[in-house]
Design a protein around this ligand. Structure first.
Ligand SMILES: NC(=O)c1ccc[n+]([C@@H]2O[C@H](COP(=O)([O-])OP(=O)(O)OC[C@H]3O[C@@H](n4cnc5c(N)ncnc54)[C@H](OP(=O)(O)O)[C@@H]3O)[C@@H](O)[C@H]2O)c1
Length: 338
């Protein structure tokens, strides 16, 4: 019998998420059934989006409210150590959606894929540029943003797991990139390490509205929105004719106890003949391998960097997740378990 260590959602957040909302637990896993396999998890992916489903009443058409006292849902990377599933032999490296735990039982559903080892990439690549964050950045930008050389591309949460990739992809495709983040240090990093043309520290003077007027006098052609709320509303005032707004996430809203705030500048979409479209990275699962080929080529050509922010040990997971939500990360946040 395998004893698994887990991080469970112990208390429902009512506002800002804190490490105290989680606790560690040890559980004995049941024996595998036919069609199942056991994964020894090597890395946990910290994805801001899961914060939304920790709230009371958060169930929607995509995921259900996370139940209390059960391990927190998460994308993981691990190795198959026991198997009663012929497609997932022992020794396979897999990425899929299970939970914050040392071992997971899976059946091949829930975004589970086998990774083919490639000497050019480390395991962390398969949770960053070649994993869910990369798929989110790539498909959101390519399919909804439809970037063209010379487009002005604005990215919020630009230094995070998704945002750090969006700006670089836009730059490779010839866009003029503007990244938004919360400190001078992060803004400097966006320019020096990720090649952003311009940066905006939204917490500093002159503020987002004024900075956008100065940096995008002809308007923003593509806005990759990771933040929602007031940042989205302000940006709408600065969109160009035929702008594309990629609705990827709304991190500024996940700690709210009531409804997300209303957006006031929708009229701009009408007069600018613009479109705003939401998506989920899982919509494109059939096209992941094609995207991974393109992204992998950019990585080996050293055009695309996949910055990661690694924390060690399951016990650090809750703290690391809360830190990421408050912006204490450069690039994709991961927890290394082994
Ligand atoms: N649609 C999809 O399929 C999909 C898939 C994955 C992720 N997402 C979304 O993508 C976004 C980024 O996710 P991630 O996992 O890559 O997280 P991340 O960007 O690595 O971390 C979150 C970042 O958000 C910024 N932030 C936090 N609160 C903010 C606020 N009130 N205003 C402005 N910025 C704030 C912080 O950066 P600063 O220091 O710069 O403020 C923080 O580093 C999230 O909205 C997530 O829901 C969507």
């Amino acid at each position: 019998m395998t004893t698994v260590q887990q991080v469970v959602l112990a208390r429902r957040p009512n506002g800002v998420l804190q490490p105290e909302h989680f606790s560690l637990k040890a559980t004995d896993l049941p024996a595998l059934k036919e069609g199942q396999f056991l994964i020894r998890n090597l890395f946990l992916s910290l994805d801001a989006g899961f914060r939304q489903w920790m709230n009371a009443g958060a169930s929607d058409n995509y995921l259900s409210e996370m139940p209390l006292d059960t391990p927190v849902q998460s994308i993981v990377l691990g190795e198959v150590t026991e198997s009663l599933h012929s497609d997932y032999p022992i020794g396979s490296l897999v990425v899929g959606r299970t939970a914050w735990e040392t071992h997971s039982i899976a059946d091949g559903s829930d975004l589970m894929t086998i990774i083919q080892p490639n000497e050019n990439f480390g395991p962390e690549h398969y949770l960053s540029a070649l994993g869910p964050s990369g798929m989110t950045a790539y498909f959101g930008l390519m399919n909804i943003g439809q970037p063209k050389p010379g487009d002005t591309l604005l990215v919020s949460a630009a230094a995070g797991g998704v945002g750090s990739l969006v700006g670089q992809i836009g730059k490779i495709l010839g866009c003029r990139t503007i990244g938004i983040s919360s400190s001078e240090e992060k803004c400097q990093w966006l320019q020096s390490e990720l090649g952003y043309d311009h940066v905006i520290n939204y917490k500093a003077s002159p503020g987002l509205d004024q900075a956008l007027a100065e940096m995008a006098p002809n308007g923003v052609d593509i806005y990759f929105d990771n933040v929602g709320g007031h940042m989205l509303d302000t940006t709408l005032k600065h969109i160009a004719l035929n702008a594309r707004i990629i609705l990827c996430g709304a991190i500024s809203q996940y700690d709210l106890t009531g409804q997300h705030i209303g957006i006031h500048h929708l009229w701009e979409l009408v007069t600018k003949r613009a479109k705003a479209e939401g998506f989920m990275f899982s919509d494109y699962v059939e096209e992941y391998s094609a995207a991974m080929e393109v992204l992998g080529h950019w990585i080996t050509a050293e055009q695309l960097h996949a910055p990661v922010n690694i924390t060690h040990g399951l016990a650090s997971t809750a703290e690391a997740f809360c830190q990421m939500l408050t912006g204490n990360n450069l690039g994709k946040s991961l927890v290394k378990l082994c």
